[in-house]
Design a protein. Structure first.
Lengths: 182, 225
């Protein structure tokens, strides 16, 4: 992967390690941002996580050729960094802000409040899910990772990932139905 | 209700998929590359020697080696002192009969404490000098005798006359000075009395309080000399 990315930038004057890093940033920064944002629901925190990931890449640039799947490796770093950073913030505050961004601006006030409450209830029930189920559900929500990649990121088998995903969707739907989305 | 919840879930997930950086993707990439380049340049620039972690590692290793060498240098002195305290050779034991009976009851020493074979003469010599080299502790101060207390009191509070009673050399000079003082007193105060007595001589009668002369008979109670 690194060699292919290096060949994709033939006119650059910088060294090979910097070429690889620039290519990695261009290729994976958006995906890593979405992975971190799915956990943190905060843009600033997610950008910091992405920067931490590439700093880690820079520190381990000599061992990059030994990495078999760069995409999974980067996602896993971003995933763990986001989980670490999530312990220092309050997800409830982040969900309030994030739910506010989901509401259209040309909507009547009473309807906007109702929509915001429903979005907040979805996020709240998502946080109340068991940790394993929540993580798999968030990774699958991005629709960019296959079952094998999710298994590699979470460190579980593919069958376990599929079972967790099924249980998470069912449990979330049941809880929202029971709560009446109010 | 089910349809609404499905729609809400799908809406939240779609929002998570569509999340984008604050100032756009390209701005974030530019910022990331700039920060990474600055970091790489900072790591590439030569830093001061004492700021590198390897310097402190080497410094710690050097200090540890120095300590070990110092301990190894001081180790033979400690071994000699241990041998001097507990002699082990037969020569030393024959010269120290008080230690010979304790040989059987003494606990078996470990291999670390056992001296080498070539150090036996040194051990014997050290055992012979053990008493000489033993640390000396000064005796506690003894209480003063009566004479010492008297001497201390005289040396602190007495005058020249009292001091003359203790030392023989100034004793004659002190006696002469007393005699001269008496003679001056007699010459000065009794000269007029002697002159008057020469004109009016009085009968030589002894006062009842006068002490008996040497010609007097001794008292009957006094024992003869």
């Amino acid at each position: 992967v690194i060699e292919e990315l290096s060949l994709a930038l033939p006119l650059s004057r910088v060294t090979s390690s910097e070429i690889d890093l620039a290519a990695l940033v261009e290729t994976y920064s958006a995906l890593l941002f979405r992975v971190a944002h799915s956990i943190l629901r905060n843009q600033t925190e997610a950008e910091d996580v992405v920067q931490d990931v590439f700093v880690r890449v820079l520190e381990n640039r000599r061992s990059l050729p030994a990495v078999r799947d760069m995409r999974v490796w980067l996602i896993r770093i971003a995933w763990n960094r986001a989980l670490d950073r999530r312990r220092s913030i309050r997800p409830e505050q982040m969900d309030d802000i994030f739910a506010g961004t989901l509401i259209g601006s040309n909507m009547p006030a009473d309807q906007a409040i109702d929509e915001q409450q429903r979005m907040k209830s979805v996020l709240r029930e998502l946080e109340r899910l068991p940790k394993k189920e929540r993580e798999v559900l968030l990774l699958s929500a991005l629709e960019e990772l296959g079952t094998a990649e999710m298994a590699a990121v979470t460190g579980r088998s593919e069958s376990a990932v599929r079972a967790l995903l099924f249980r998470a969707r069912t449990r979330l739907r049941e809880r929202l139905d029971k709560g009446g989305t109010a | 209700v089910n349809q609404n919840s499905e729609q809400d879930i799908a809406r939240v997930f779609a929002a998570l998929r569509a999340a984008a950086p604050r100032h756009g993707r390209e701005a974030m990439e530019q910022r990331l590359l700039a920060s990474l380049k600055a970091r790489a340049e900072y790591e590439a620039t030569p830093t001061a020697l004492w700021r590198r972690p390897i310097f402190w590692t080497a410094f710690t290793l050097a200090a540890s080696c120095l300590l070990v060498l110092t301990a190894m240098h001081l180790a033979p002195h400690n071994t000699t002192q241990t041998i001097a305290a507990v002699p082990s050779s037969p020569t030393a034991l024959s010269s120290r009969p008080d230690l010979a009976p304790n040989l059987s009851s003494r606990p078996k020493r470990s291999a670390v404490e056992r001296p080498a074979v070539g150090t036996a003469p040194i051990a014997a010599e050290a055992a012979l000098l053990a008493d000489t080299n033993a640390p000396s502790h000064p005796a506690p101060p003894m209480p003063l005798t009566a004479d010492e207390r008297l001497l201390l009191r005289a040396a602190r509070h007495t005058e020249q006359t009292s001091l003359a009673q203790l030392e023989p050399m100034p004793r004659p000079s002190a006696r002469d000075s007393e005699d001269r003082a008496i003679e001056q007193f007699v010459k000065r105060n009794l000269a007029s009395l002697a002159l008057a007595e020469s004109f009016n001589p009085t009968p030589a009668t002894s006062a009842p309080n006068d002490p008996p002369t040497s010609n007097d008979t001794p008292a009957p109670n006094e024992p003869p000399n």
